[in-house]
Design a protein around this ligand. Structure first.
Ligand code: URP
Ligand code: ZN
Ligand code: ZN
Ligand code: ZN
Length: 468
């Protein structure tokens, strides 16, 4: 048996902060022992390997519940493969991703799941799982949901946006939610009124408003909050829990807050880009704004303080990346002269843990809340807890020795994502993952990559563990 002691760190979980040593046996956390205790002394004398964590935090590996590796979208494919994207995740202290397997109209849900399983197989540096995207809700896809839930695919994303691509109408959404209420699946919603947005897109283009910033103007906050409201009411009618993805507008947060004040099982996710970037970025000249085109769109800066507050009150419970990178050169380019042809999505899987640690440094959230929104709650929301998302005996040894004092300057020159720009170029951050373990194996250490494609395994998930 391989034994490793992570010694001298401050163990930070969503629940507590404790000066403790962590014993790892093979791929699991075996035990924690208070510093200086007899048990900790026994470990020191046992000949186990030692990872020195003095002056560092020992945290659970990040759980990024929203990524899109090698996703065909907008006439191209997101630039990170499962290999490059999960390696970048590991560099950034994220040791589990949950990606999206896409059902296309006319296909079985199973076809999408099989295709995405094949893409990820033997490629991943860290563990992974899948949600399924439903683009064709019909009698047979509803039946498939039951089977997939039993196989560990327990969450399904529906789109109120992108008519003709992923869009479901309200009747389809209601049916999928009813099925989820019956089989335990969690409905994830892309809440934007895509029918209305398409009208505004057409009008903007006809009037010559073609620059990237108009992407933000036509995808109005009101059309996010309207869809959020509708999704909540449909979920209430179905008696189903609801998780709204990539929330960016304060008006949408208000819908979530109202629903949550009623005690409903309605949850919200936001992403670093909405917390740290704004329409100012979308308005950058020389088509640079295209780097920041994603949906829901970036909002005016005033929205940020509302998102931070909602993260503190738990009206937003999770921060995922929606990592969906497209290169500026050759991909974002496709939308020069027509913002609606800019592939939607931004990179970030490598940056999330550090950006959120910066939020701790800046006083937006506490250290334990950092771990809660980035590790523990996504794990519980999507049925991965306590195997993932915490540091406790029996959990997978997905651990990060985090240096809270390390200074870094984010740059595409030094990042590991397969994309030619960083959305956070030049940003100074305090904090960085020093040593990263995935199931007991050191995959990153002190600036060296020691991982391997194929180490990461598919993790089947139980149903949502976060319901009130
Ligand atoms: O712009 C985005 N968010 N791209 C990824 C697809 C989605 O809607 O999550
Ligand atoms: Zn979406
Ligand atoms: Zn409302
Ligand atoms: Zn997404």
């Amino acid at each position: 048996m391989a034994r490793t002691v992570i010694r001298g760190g401050l163990v930070v979980t969503a629940a507590e902060e404790v000066e403790a040593d962590v014993l790892v046996e093979d791929d699991k956390v075996a035990a924690l022992a208070l510093r200086g205790s007899d048990t900790a002394r026994t470990w020191a004398d046992s000949g186990a390997d030692v990872i020195d964590a003095a002056g560092h935090y020992v945290i659970p590996g990040g759980v990024d519940a929203h990524t899109h590796m090698e996703m065909p979208f907008g006439g191209t494919e997101s630039a990170d493969t499962f290999e490059t994207g999960t390696r970048a995740a590991a560099w950034g202290g994220t040791t589990t991703i949950v990606d999206f397997a896409i059902q296309r109209p006319g296909q079985a849900v199973r076809d999408g799941v099989d295709a995405w399983m094949a893409k990820a197989d033997d490629q991943c540096a860290v563990d992974y799982s899948f949600h399924a995207i439903l683009s064709d809700v019909n009698e047979s896809s509803l039946k498939e949901m039951d089977v997939l839930v039993d196989e560990g695919i327990t969450s399904f994303k529906l789109f109120m946006a992108y008519p003709g691509v992923f869009y479901s109408d309200d009747g389809q959404i209601l049916r999928a939610m009813q099925r989820g209420a019956a089989n335990g699946a969690l409905t994830m919603m892309h809440a934007e009124n895509g029918i209305a947005i398409d009208v505004l897109v057409e009008q903007a283009l006809a009037e010559g408003r073609t620059d990237p910033r108009y992407h933000g103007e036509v995808r109005k906050a009101l059309l996010e909050s309207e869809a959020t409201h509708r999704a909540i009411q449909l979920a209430r009618v179905a008696g189903a829990p609801l998780y709204v993805v990539h929330v960016s507008a304060n008006e949408a947060v208000e819908e979530l807050s109202r629903a949550r004040a009623k005690g409903l099982n309605v949850f919200g996710e936001t992403c670093p880009q909405y917390l740290f970037l704004s329409t100012d970025n979308l308005a950058e000249p020389d088509f640079e704004g295209a780097k920041y085109v994603c949906s829901t769109p970036l909002r005016p800066k005033e929205h940020q303080e509302h998102l931070w507050r909602a993260l503190r009150t738990n009206d937003l419970s999770v921060v995922s990346t929606d990592h969906c990178p497209f290169c500026f050169s050759g991909q974002k380019d496709m939308g020069r002269g027509d913002f609606s042809k800019i592939p939607n999505g931004m990179p970030g899987v490598e940056n999330r843990m550090d950006l959120l640690h910066q939020a701790v440094v800046d006083g937006h959230i506490s250290r334990r809340r950092w771990i809660e929104i980035a590790c523990a709650t996504p794990a519980r929301m999507f049925g991965l807890y306590p195997r993932k998302g915490t540091v406790s005996p029996g959990a997978d040894a997905d651990l990060v020795v985090y240096d809270p004092a390390a200074e870094q300057v984010v740059s595409a020159e030094t990042h590991h994502m397969n994309v030619d720009y960083s959305a956070y170029e030049g940003r100074r951050l305090t904090g960085r993952a020093r040593t990263v373990l995935s199931r007991g194996r050191v995959v990153v250490d002190d600036g060296a990559y020691l991982g391997e494609a194929g180490h990461g395994r598919f993790v089947p998930r139980s149903t949502c563990q976060y319901l009130v």
